[in-house]
Write a protein that binds this ligand. Structure first.
Ligand code: MN
Length: 458
């Protein structure tokens, strides 16, 4: 936990901005896996963590902008809890540790329904079934309509508050980066022919648990990198293939890291792999040099797409004018996703608020074109934003086949040449970036990325 003044200041800031009404901040509860007492790893809600800091299940926060009071609802532990789970401070003491004076037993939340009906209420769209049911009960709004009735005003305020990271938050992200570095270095050293993907994935997830609160998202580790979010780890590594690892850790306070590296099994790239790898590396490095306050990430995404298109043109896989190719979305055959996203308490920071509200604003709107439409974050950068930089090139046989059949962008794509790459897989390279006053800083020690650096590890 941070010092309690930080949480008090955040809640006061929120209260000032929201002006009037009652803000409901449900914490998360334990969630059963296969029977009630066998639960998933507990993960507190990030908005609750941001405003109330307490990392335990079964709490609910209310910030009352009218009265100026904050209340935490929760139950003190029973003798049975002490016997099985050990002792823990009272809800009153926990609340005091984050500067909240008022506490009430959890059941009192249901008695507050009348009070809620007389006031403007604000809540973020709930994403867990348990909290949907809870909000339905206390607000009287049907669970399926809760998203519709969530507060746009609260979403805007929270995005504004959480987008720029403060010093303490950046220090936490750097801890997660340090663990992420160890995970990736270990994966690189283990990537030898005959090793099971699962063995490496399990080992690096252990490092994430040893270094903090586990992984920040399900690990992607595969020699079938043409599938962007491939969570299968059932193959044995083969010489000549590329292994993609997209994995990150959470610090103990739940701040995230998120890195991707792609390495040749056994350590040596073929020339064909190296040619594609160097294009992705150039796109990644170019992105880092372009990041600075005032630039839009949408324009940087498109610049990275141009680096990719011009590299592929040099190899004969694309043709025609590079700007025109990118304007027409031809690069998306190879780079069908966005350049990156915000990162903080969530690996896709604040994605539960609605991606469009986090990544776009009144000035920068999403582009509705295959590929660029997947860009999660496009708006103007500001100092202390933390974003990911993750360009990639993939050869997705089904997509290539469809585009060729439908003649999609065939003025810019040399399909006969692309066919030599159907068994290539994919390459993605991802760093985590802090926007500084004048440019960008790569967070953490940069994980080995040049072909030479990678070769030395094996
Ligand atoms: Mn990412």
């Amino acid at each position: 936990m941070f010092e309690k003044q930080i949480y008090i200041a955040r809640r006061n800031r929120l209260r000032d901005k929201v002006g009037s009404g009652v803000v409901l901040i449900p914490g998360n509860t334990e969630s059963p896996m296969n029977y009630p007492d066998n639960t998933y790893h507990f993960r507190q809600d990030s908005t609750f963590l941001y405003l109330f800091g307490l990392d335990i299940p079964g709490l609910f926060g209310i910030i009352d902008a009218d009265s100026g009071n904050d209340t935490i609802f929760g139950d003190d532990i029973t003798m049975e809890d002490i016997i099985w789970m050990g002792t823990k401070p009272s809800v009153k003491d926990l609340a005091a540790s984050v500067g909240v004076k008022n506490t009430l037993p959890f059941k009192e939340l249901f008695n507050s329904s009348a009070h809620l009906k007389d006031n403007r209420i604000h809540f973020i769209p709930p994403y867990r079934a348990e909290n949907k049911l809870l909000l339905q009960e206390i607000t009287g709004i049907q669970a399926s309509l809760l998203s519709t009735y969530s507060s746009m005003e609260l979403i805007r305020i929270m995005v504004e508050m959480r987008s720029a990271k403060d010093r303490e938050e950046i220090a936490e992200i750097e801890k997660a980066c340090e663990t992420g570095f160890k995970m990736h270095l270990t994966a690189m050293k283990m990537a030898k022919p005959g090793v099971m993907e699962q063995e490496i994935a399990g080992t690096i997830e252990g490092i994430a648990h040893a270094g903090g609160s586990g992984t920040s998202f399900p690990t992607i580790l595969t020699q079938n990198g043409q599938t962007l979010h491939n969570h299968d780890h059932s193959f044995k590594l083969e010489k000549g293939r590329l292994m993609i690892v997209d994995a990150g850790a959470e610090s103990n306070m739940h701040y995230a890291s998120d890195f991707t590296r792609t390495i040749p099994v056994g350590g040596q790239f073929t020339q064909k792999q190296l040619d594609i790898y160097n294009i992705v590396l150039k796109a990644n490095n170019t992105t880092t040099t372009l990041i600075k306050p005032g630039e839009t990430y949408l324009s940087i995404h498109l610049k990275a797409a141009e680096v990719i298109a011009s590299g592929l043109k040099e190899l004969g896989l694309m043709k025609g004018d590079v700007h025109e190719a990118v304007a027409n979305g031809a690069h998306a055959l190879f780079f069908p996703h966005g350049l990156g996203h915000m990162m903080g308490l969530d690996v896709h920071d604040m994605e539960d608020y609605g991606q469009i509200h986090v990544g776009y604003d009144d000035e920068i709107h999403p582009i509705n074109q295959f590929g660029t439409a997947y860009l999660r974050f496009g708006r103007r950068l500001q100092k202390d934003f933390v974003i990911t930089n993750e360009p990639g090139i993939y050869f997705i046989p089904a997509l290539i086949e469809q585009w060729e059949k439908e003649k999609t962008n065939n003025t810019f794509i040399n399909f006969s040449k692309v066919k030599d790459y159907l068994d290539f897989g994919g390459i993605r390279l991802e760093d985590d970036i802090l926007v500084t006053e004048t440019g960008a800083r790569i967070l953490g020690n940069r994980i080995p990325i040049t072909p030479d650096e990678i070769g030395l590890l094996q």
